[in-house]
Design a protein around this ligand. Structure first.
Ligand code: SF4
Length: 209
């Protein structure tokens, strides 16, 4: 990457854009809501079950100036979901300032592994065992979404729930490839521990991105 472009990426004025698309949010609190997704490349968390491994290497995704991203988004929706990759790899302040100036509602999906930047109306924190969230993000999360890949993840979910703020909504979501095995356990767990809710990747059942 050229030096001047790298400097803009480092400041968050350009971002490695993997894809952007208008669809229905499939997961969590806002499931069923039409939203424009901005998927930013770059993630070094390394979840072995990650379903967007092609996002990991930021170098593969073209540095894109935020005005282009904002103008594209403005054609479709007032609700924006910024996802990745791990969007907090980058400084989200310039992007969210620009989107906010257009009156948009901004949601982020993050593992919380890096410093919280940007201005958000909704923070979905999806913590990962191998790179835990920063301490500050628990206070700001609106939604905690823990992916259940195996039985040990219920214990991890409780550890994470003990750290979030009292208003944070708690979700357990089966990892897609394990859904047949984990959904019965997850259903029992939520009935026994009703502070949790079930989240499913409904976009995959709907066969949309
Ligand atoms: S944090 Fe998200 S994008 Fe990164 S490896 Fe894990 S699931 Fe994939």
């Amino acid at each position: 990457m050229k030096k001047d472009i790298k400097a803009l990426v480092d400041k968050g004025e350009m971002l490695p854009l993997m894809e952007e698309f208008y669809t229905i949010q499939g997961e969590g609190f806002h499931k069923g809501t039409a939203a424009y997704f901005i998927r930013v490349g770059g993630c070094d968390v390394g979840c072995h079950w990650c379903d967007v491994k092609e996002s990991w290497n930021a170098e593969l995704h073209p540095p894109t100036d935020i005005d282009t991203i904002v103008n594209n988004a403005a054609k479709y929706s007032k609700t924006i979901v910024v996802t990745g990759g791990e969007p907090l790899t980058w400084n989200m302040d310039p992007l969210t300032n620009a989107l906010k100036s257009k009156g948009m509602q901004l949601h982020i999906e993050t593992s919380g592994a890096y410093k919280l930047s940007g201005t958000w109306d909704w923070i979905c924190l999806s913590p990962k065992k191998i790179k835990l969230p920063t301490e500050e993000v628990y206070e700001f999360a609106h939604e905690l979404k823990v992916i259940i890949f195996n039985k040990d993840d219920f214990k991890f979910a409780e550890e994470q729930a003990a750290k979030v703020n009292k208003d944070c909504i708690l979700y357990l979501q089966p990892e897609w490839s394990k859904r047949e095995k984990m959904i019965p356990l997850l259903v029992d767990y939520v009935m026994e521990n009703p502070k949790w809710k079930v989240s499913l990747q409904t976009h995959k059942y709907l066969n949309i991105p």
